[in-house]
Design a protein around this ligand. Structure first.
Ligand code: ZN
Length: 129
């Protein structure tokens, strides 16, 4: 397993294609903060979407804590979560709306939630989609 962020996980692909079919074309894998990337970015609306993997980000429902090298894994997963919180904080400070979904989320609902936020944001900024 690689320690780098997985790209194009099934959840991301699912969410992106649902959004696209609704007419929302976010850019993907955009660097928003140094080397950190958001999974789907709506730049004009300033909405950054993340789909967090259940294992790497320690999902409360499906996150597993490996027994072998338990300390290392614990530090790794807690480190990821800490970085997620920091990413949220820094982006929000910079005027972004950050939306995070678990990989296990129902992506049909997630797509609707993203669309609503993007629309509201564009309206507030007086921009057309
Ligand atoms: Zn999960």
């Amino acid at each position: 397993m690689s320690a780098t962020r997985l790209r194009d996980t099934p959840g991301e692909v699912d969410l992106r294609s649902r959004l696209r079919s609704m007419g929302y074309r976010g850019r993907t894998e955009v660097k928003v903060l140094g080397r950190r990337r958001a999974d789907i970015v709506f730049a004009r609306a300033k909405v950054a979407v993340f789909v967090d993997g259940c294992f790497w980000h320690g999902c409360p429902t499906h996150g597993t804590w490996p027994k072998a090298n338990a300390m290392w894994w614990r530090a790794k997963i807690l480190g990821n979560r800490k970085r997620d919180r920091n990413t949220n904080r820094v982006l929000r400070k910079d005027g972004w709306i950050v939306l995070r979904f678990w990989e296990h989320s129902k992506m049909d609902r997630a797509a609707i939630a993203v669309a609503k936020v993007v629309d509201r944001r564009l309206r507030a900024k007086n921009l057309a989609r």
